[in-house]
Write a protein that binds this ligand. Structure first.
Ligand code: G3P
Length: 217
């Protein structure tokens, strides 16, 4: 499974990238606002820092303007994936950008039928939002399972990018289902490695090793 960081905070991205485990980054208008930085400046910096796909989101609602925005974003760097919303206008833009060989991440997906449309539009990535689904009492992972089944039934190449991830259990479940990518905040990435028995085990080894008086180096 590929790991993307869901942030426009360059410090968080650098820290995660230093682990060697980061495969890409996703941003959205709310994360750009949170960064407090100029859109093109921050996306350019992120695309330099990370080798993998960096999602930059369009904000127009009509196809013509969205396409212009998408083509401008794609010029920032070769690893830009243009994010468009799952609307008819967004799907038209997805098809047009894919025809230009540009990576497209179709976002704000909340149903399997929407994901089917995005695959038919040739999307590189589909971003179903599991956390926001959970927020209204649905199990977001049921959506991921349905999309996985449909995409496998028709051998669609669109990658399932699990978004709106809130905790490590979302990543565990997404991996069991066979999602291609998960994007998540920096704090969730840190929690992935944490396990109390690992911490306790290391402390016990440290204590026992100290008692030996040996040193390896
Ligand atoms: O970037 C898209 C998505 O991951 C945002 O999700 O629900 O945390 O705002 P959320």
């Amino acid at each position: 499974m590929k790991f993307f960081l869901d942030t426009a905070n360059i410090d968080e991205i650098r820290e995660a990238n230093a682990t060697g485990l980061l495969d890409g980054v996703t941003t959205n208008p709310s994360l750009i606002k949170k960064s407090g930085r100029d859109f093109f400046e921050v996306i350019t910096e992120i695309a330099k820092e990370v080798k993998g796909p960096v999602s930059a989101e369009t904000v127009a609602h009509d196809h013509e303007t969205m396409l212009k925005e998408g083509l401008k974003c794609a010029k920032i760097a070769d690893n830009i994936a243009v994010k468009v919303p799952l609307t008819i206008e967004g799907l038209k833009t997805c098809k047009a950008l894919r025809a230009e060989g540009i990576m497209v991440n179709v976002t704000l997906c909340f149903s399997a039928n929407q994901a089917l449309l995005a695959a038919k539009a040739g999307a590189t990535f589909i971003s179903p939002f599991v956390g926001r689904h959970d927020d209204i009492g649905f199990d977001g992972m049921d959506l991921i399972q349905d999309i996985r089944t449909i995409y496998d039934n028709y051998e669609f190449n669109t990658q399932i990018l699990v978004a709106s991830v809130r905790h490590p259990v979302h990543i565990h479940q997404a991996a069991l289902i066979g999602a291609d990518v998960a994007t998540f905040p920096a704090d969730v990435m840190k929690k992935l490695a944490n396990h109390p028995l690992t911490t306790n085990g290391l402390a016990a080894f440290d204590k026992d090793w100290a008692a030996t008086g040996f040193s390896i180096l």
